[in-house]
Design a protein around this ligand. Structure first.
Ligand code: FES
Length: 153
């Protein structure tokens, strides 16, 4: 796909954004120019739909938009865990072609790795940042809601 201008990017379908996401990983110089606004656009367009714990099988993960926040939801050992879906390195959506191995999520863009229970950075391309984590719980209507994580006293 030819590197789109900002105006062209606004007109791309979500499926076209997914194609562009794959091409971003190739680090083409032209692609780098659109990276920041592509990432914002991609996160904003992840469908805001309710997610129930049963929507995820064991070891599965997905990108979600909950209360306008890009969230990565995963089910490991029967528990739903939630992190920001924006990789702390360059903001790439972690769910897009990411890999989950046990409690480690690997970002498809530069291979950054994070512990999905704590957000701790386990491997990083250039800098170490933890990934923001959220407390996920099931609301009365059976859907997953996330809150900013509050450390236990
Ligand atoms: S954007 Fe995730 S490792 Fe670079």
């Amino acid at each position: 796909m030819k590197t789109p201008s900002r105006a062209e990017l606004d007109k791309l379908s979500f499926d076209e954004l997914i194609v562009l996401a794959s091409e971003l990983a190739e680090e083409d110089e032209e692609i780098k120019k659109v990276r920041r606004y592509f990432i914002d656009e991609f996160c904003q367009r992840v469908p805001a739909k309710a997610v129930a714990p049963g929507d995820l099988a064991e070891g599965e993960f997905m990108g979600a938009s909950l209360d306008g926040r890009p969230i990565l939801l995963a089910k490991v050992q029967g528990e739903i865990v939630a992190l920001s879906n924006k990789c702390p390195h360059r903001g790439f959506p972690l769910h897009h072609n990411g890999k989950l191995d046990g409690y480690t999520i690997t970002c498809a863009y530069h291979g950054g790795q994070f512990d999905i229970r704590t957000g701790a950075c386990l491997r990083h391309p250039t800098e170490t940042y933890p990934c923001e984590r959220f407390q996920a719980h099931t609301a009365a209507d059976g859907t997953i809601v996330c809150e900013t994580f509050k450390e236990k006293a």
